[in-house]
Design a binder for this molecule. Structure first.
Ligand SMILES: NC(=O)C1=CN([C@@H]2O[C@H](COP(=O)(O)OP(=O)(O)OC[C@H]3O[C@@H](n4cnc5c(N)ncnc54)[C@H](OP(=O)(O)O)[C@@H]3O)[C@@H](O)[C@H]2O)C=CC1
Ligand SMILES: O=C(O)C1=N[C@H](C(=O)O)C[C@H](O)C1
Length: 237
């Protein structure tokens, strides 16, 4: 498979290593404005975007306009997600966005949904999310923490949204910590005077995110439409 890497930082480099080990070819590495590169003249099977929040929307939609399917892991640009989906549909292209491509985190998401369903109505417990990432991270809270919060909101009748730090009664507080070299740790806790319940996912490296993104790209290559990591994993496991 011929892969274009949109973003060649920590994740782009880890994805390259995994893609080469799985016999794919990296035909393009983009590190600046996508218009600088002549992607319309290139043969690309799939693009994988792990860039920066301000570049993701343009990168993704430029690929759709050139009939290139896109796997996107960049976080912090989701105000434009629906617009990207519309453009993908109009161009009859293919798209997967996931706040987290690791298989472990996607299992953790399922656990989070189950626990949220069980805790709905347990009013003595206060729910909170904490995420810890490396100090270079541009966005806060993390995309994964937002996904966890959205999953809880779907299950909990008393919570309508999330808020960084100080939350109102109908909001889930998210604490974002930045500590050097941490790849990504997420904790969901329910605390009462009597006891606490916590679930936690700790990434030990970036390998899990990168492997998940390459698996998603292999899955997406010849498809059309809008998909999620759940679609990918339910067809694999
Ligand atoms: N969904 C998931 O599973 C995961 C998502 N992420 C997300 O992926 C993104 C990238 O993370 P990470 O690799 O750690 O970040 P890095 O900062 O290491 O890499 C981002 C790269 O994008 C480059 N870049 C800047 N402008 C553009 C542009 N216009 N087009 C393409 N690339 C550009 C940067 O170049 P320069 O440094 O020169 O500006 C940099 O090399 C983040 O949003 C992060 O939250 C990370 C891990 C997992
Ligand atoms: O920036 C990162 O590094 C990560 N970003 C993603 C997020 O915002 O959730 C996923 C992972 O936690 C690493």
């Amino acid at each position: 498979m011929k892969i274009a890497l949109l973003g060649y930082g920590k994740m782009g480099k880890t994805i390259e290593e995994i893609a080469l080990n799985r016999d794919h070819e990296i035909v393009l590495k983009i590190e600046e404005d996508i218009d600088t590169y002549e992607i319309d003249k290139m043969e690309i099977d799939v693009a994988i975007d792990f860039s920066v929040p301000k570049a993701a929307f343009k990168n993704i939609t430029t690929c759709f306009k050139n009939n290139i399917p896109v796997v996107c892991g960049t976080t912090g640009w989701l105000d434009d997600y629906e617009k990207a989906v519309e453009i993908c549909k109009k161009e009859d292209s293919a798209f997967i966005y996931a706040s987290n491509f690791s298989v472990g985190v996607n299992l953790f998401f399922e656990l989070n949904k189950k626990l949220a369903k069980m805790m709905n109505g347990m009013d003595d417990y206060a729910v909170e999310i904490e995420e810890i990432h490396h100090t270079q991270k541009q966005d806060a809270p993390s995309g994964t923490a937002i996904s966890l919060a959205q999953q809880i909101v779907t299950e909990n009748v008393k919570k309508n949204s999330w808020q960084l730090d100080h939350a109102a009664a109908d909001e889930i507080p998210i604490k974002a910590k930045r500590i050097e070299d941490v790849p990504g740790t997420h904790t969901v806790s329910y605390k009462s005077k009597i006891d606490s319940i916590e679930i936690m996912h700790t990434a030990n490296s970036r390998q899990g995110f990168a492997l998940g993104a390459v698996i998603a790209a292999e899955w997406l290559k010849d498809k059309k439409g809008i998909f999620t990591m759940q679609d990918v994993l339910s067809s694999q496991f």
